[in-house]
Design a protein around this ligand. Structure first.
Ligand SMILES: *[C@@H]1O[C@H](CO)[C@@H](O)[C@H](O)[C@H]1NC(C)=O
Length: 223
């Protein structure tokens, strides 16, 4: 109760100090904040529930992704770290430290086979304008760099959960209390009978069948 009250008070203090209400106030671990979404982008049609629990330590961002209502657990077993896992089923976080609409941000993905995709995205148009530059710089040795991941499938309950650790040094953001971030969270859904078509589900609706729209990113305050 005490932790919750403190978090709410800090969140409120930030909102009144800046007149920008964050979408989410992210606490120090083991407290958590949860981003939850249940709709497709851009249509707003229903999507099975996805949650992302977030918290920070002095050196890492911790994310727990939970996909409910999962029926296919669909991935390509041949794909390994930094493969095109986004063609199948993944949960994703786009992450930027700062308050503006980013042109470069980190794209993190995990699939039901515990495989991750780790890349900085270069998107200078901010909306992946056709013909504009759009590039990726991969983190080639995430586990050597301090990333961690653990993915658990719960088929009887149509659910999969992935717990991830992302080093804050990646963002020059150690001891992040008081910092502002922009992020969006996504989930893709497909299966053997629908591949390569996907349902695209998202926290903040980008208004397009694309995830790479940075003005849509939510605002998160680390408190
Ligand atoms: C997921 O992958 C990570 C990194 O290779 C490994 O440490 C972890 O044990 C794996 N978890 C599962 C459930 O396979």
């Amino acid at each position: 109760m005490r932790t919750f009250f403190t978090l709410a008070a800090l969140c409120l203090a930030f909102a009144s100090a800046t007149s920008t209400k964050p979408d989410l106030c992210v606490p120090r671990c083991p407290a958590i904040a949860t981003a939850k979404f249940t709709t497709q982008i851009p249509s707003g049609s229903p999507c099975p529930q996805t949650t992302v629990d977030l918290c920070y330590t002095n050196t890492a961002l911790k994310l727990v992704f939970t996909a409910s209502g999962e029926t296919n657990f669909y991935f390509d077993p041949a794909q390994t770290t930094n493969g095109d896992i986004w063609e199948y089923e993944v949960m994703e976080a786009f992450i930027y430290k700062g308050s503006n609409d980013p042109q470069t941000y980190f794209e993190y993905e995990v699939n039901p086979n515990n495989v991750t995709y780790n890349a900085f995205v270069y998107n200078p148009s901010r909306v992946r304008t056709a013909g504009a530059p759009f590039d990726h710089a991969f983190i080639s040795d995430p586990f050597g760099d301090g990333f961690a991941v653990n993915t658990v499938l719960n088929k009887p309950n149509s659910k999969w959960t992935s717990t991830s650790t992302i080093p804050l040094a990646l963002f020059n953001a150690e001891n992040p209390r008081g910092t502002t971030w922009r992020m969006n969270f996504f989930r893709t859904i497909t299966g053997p009978s629908t591949f390569p078509n996907q349902q695209l589900c998202g926290w903040k609706n980008t208004g397009l069948a694309s995830f790479h729209i940075t003005p849509a990113f939510g605002t998160l305050q680390f408190v």
